[in-house]
Design a protein around this ligand. Structure first.
Ligand SMILES: [Zn+2]
Ligand SMILES: [Zn+2]
Length: 617
């Protein structure tokens, strides 16, 4: 089974790589003066970088695709030719391909096949051995420097589509010329390509930056600075609800809450090791009269010093301390993106202080929390990544082989017991211990780490964390860092895209919207709104002088789960109950997802709302 998958994967890779030649060949036929960069295979397809005076736009795509289709139909092969490095340079120069000359020179100089590194996105196995030859592949009139891995004939290349063009610096360095990068999707079948294109369209619609603005969830302001989100009232509802959920679940799981300042003296971060090692990701210090202070980039150091102030006995462990802690990280401005990469983040943080014999059970409890959230939010595309150390790399990892073996086993057993799907990744651990990353696939295909659970061997040494055991001896305390809901910023971004802005009732910033038909119905609508607010719901009244049709469209765009239309009919309708109480009043109910639900009494409507899932109830 695994072999078949591997074979298919390799075939798909070769096909996409062969398609890169096709793309470059087509561009060269259309613009013979083009200078070629690199063209690696990426997820879902490939890209190729071109240095071209003509500015490529979407309008050029059909012509390039047509040329590619023509070449493909000719059933051209990929003829291999191995030549000496000197000969290769001569040829690349003759072909007026300076970037290829540079690539050949890099191979010659470093011995690392930099081309392969770039093309495959991974280190070449031949790294270190200086090659004396390189290979060229010829497809029709097109020649490219290449390591190989092709299909037999261009006819074998599956359906493709040029997706976009973007600027890209040669070799990713801003001092180099900017090339034009064409992204192409390429699949084995038309169905797969169509499905991918449809998903890309859907991802565009769901982009949390777009929906965040449309639904008035968050914004940015140049006066505040990039990467520093400003949460609008509706977005703050989402934050608060997620936080309430975390607090409720953590209370059920035996956590206590703590609160710590956002700044601390330099010495704290020296004790933790963040300084000097993470100085680059921290904001520069504030120089005060009693020394330097830093904004915290992690919550742990504050908690550890608070925890160690009291002597601990084996009986009181584990201790679980939680804080939705706000941390500050100095990310480069070029890397900031909506809520996904920011400079201030609020983390669903907690530290579990436990004995060695409690590690596995505590990790399992964290995984149980993950399972609960995965089910609650209906997260389908995810896996746990068990990030292990590399025993050969004693420089990077804390050198305690026995401890690593024990800890990695404990995490693995906890994952086995949890029943969560997981994959192991070597050489991905933190230097101070193994970790479990919660990897989620977003609509559109990108995979992001939403949360991490880390076991920490080092905190005990750096902060002198220990307890008195039953025999009176002193034993080290292990720390588990965990944040199943990640950060508000990343998790809300995920929720926005996951639900495409259509939040379930319990999460919806506005749950019910009152839509009076005319001004004379406003008073009645206000009374109904008050009644619903009293019952604990988030309600809005649309009393603009607009048609009810327009009000419904607005509420639909805002993705409000329920709309209540009130007019003469509803006001004059006889209440169901004889006492004529407010609860017996009539409203015409419209559901965001179900459309017209007919006239109901407010009491019946409230019953309907109460029946919907609410994890906070
Ligand atoms: Zn090739
Ligand atoms: Zn921590």
């Amino acid at each position: 089974m695994a072999n078949v998958d591997k074979h298919e994967e390799e075939y798909l890779h070769n096909m996409r790589h062969s398609c890169a030649h096709l793309l470059a060949a087509a561009v060269q036929e259309l613009w013979p003066e083009v200078k070629l960069g690199v063209g690696p295979v990426i997820e879902h397809g490939l890209y190729y970088d071109f240095d071209l005076e003509h500015r490529l736009t979407e309008e050029d795509f059909p012509a390039i695709e047509k040329k590619m289709a023509e070449l493909k139909a000719q059933g051209l092969g990929y003829e291999r030719e191995e030549v000496s490095i000197a000969e290769a340079k001569k040829r690349a120069k003759a072909m007026k391909q300076p970037y290829k000359v540079e690539l050949i020179e890099t191979i010659e100089k470093t011995g690392s096949t930099a081309v392969a590194v770039e093309e495959n996105g991974e280190r070449s196995k031949e790294q270190g051995e200086k090659p004396t030859t390189v290979t060229f592949y010829t497809t029709g009139d097109f020649v490219d420097l290449c390591r190989g891995g092709h299909v037999e004939s261009t006819k074998e290349i599956g359906p493709f589509k040029i997706l976009s063009v973007a600027g890209a610096y040669w070799r990713g360095k801003s001092e180099n010329p900017q090339l034009q990068r064409l992204y192409v999707a390429c699949f084995a079948t038309q169905d797969e390509l169509d499905a991918h294109l449809a998903e890309m369209e859907e991802a565009k619609k769901r982009d949390h930056r777009k929906l965040g603005a449309e639904l008035e969830l968050f914004t940015f302001d140049p006066l505040v600075g990039p990467g520093l989100p400003l949460w609008l009232p509706k977005g703050t509802v989402l934050r608060d609800l997620v936080e309430q959920l975390a607090k409720k679940k953590e209370q059920e799981h035996g956590y206590q809450r703590v609160a710590t300042p956002h700044v601390a003296k330099q010495a704290l971060f020296e004790a933790s090791g963040h300084l000097p090692y993470y100085a680059d990701t921290m904001y520069p210090p504030m120089e005060l009269d009693d020394g330097n202070y830093y904004l915290k980039a992690m919550n742990c150091p504050h908690m550890h010093v608070m925890f160690r102030q009291t002597p601990r006995s084996y009986r009181e462990l584990p201790v679980r301390w939680a804080e939705y802690g706000t941390v500050y990280r100095y990310e480069l401005s070029g890397t900031l993106a909506g809520l996904m990469r920011v400079r201030m983040l609020s983390m669903n943080d907690a530290h579990i202080y436990c004995r060695e014999d409690q590690i596995e059970a505590e990790i399992l409890r964290v995984m149980e929390l993950h399972k609960y959230y995965i089910e609650l939010f209906g997260i389908e595309h995810y896996y746990m990544r068990l990030s292990l150390h590399d025993p050969a790399n004693t420089k990077k990892y804390f050198d305690e082989p026995k401890l690593w073996a024990f800890a990695e086993d404990a995490l693995r057993r906890a994952l086995d017991h949890s029943g969560l799907e997981y994959r192991e990744a070597n050489d991905e651990a933190a230097f101070y211990g193994p970790k479990i990353d919660f990897q989620v696939r977003f609509v559109g295909g990108r995979e992001e780490t939403i949360a991490t659970t880390q076991l920490d061997f080092i905190a005990q040494q750096r902060f002198g964390l220990h307890y008195q055991d039953s025999d009176g001896g002193e034993k080290p305390i292990y720390v588990i860092h965990r944040a199943p809901l990640g950060t508000h910023e990343r998790f809300v971004a995920f929720l926005i895209e996951h639900y495409a802005g259509k939040f379930p009732l319990w999460l919806a910033p506005v749950q019910v919207k009152l839509l009076p038909i005319a001004d004379r119905h406003n008073e009645y609508a206000t009374d109904v709104a008050k009644q619903l607010e009293k019952a604990g719901y988030r309600v809005e009244l649309d009393d603009r002088q607009e048609s009810v049709g327009k009000k419904i469209r607005t509420a639909q765009l805002e993705q409000v789960p329920y709309m209540l239309v009130v007019g003469d009919k509803e006001i004059e309708a006889k209440p169901h109950s004889a006492d004529g109480s407010v609860g017996a009043r009539q409203v015409a109910v419209r559901g965001r997802d179900d459309g017209d639900l007919g006239a109901q009494s407010i009491a019946d409507f409230l019953t309907r709302l109460e029946r919907e899932p609410n994890p906070l109830a």
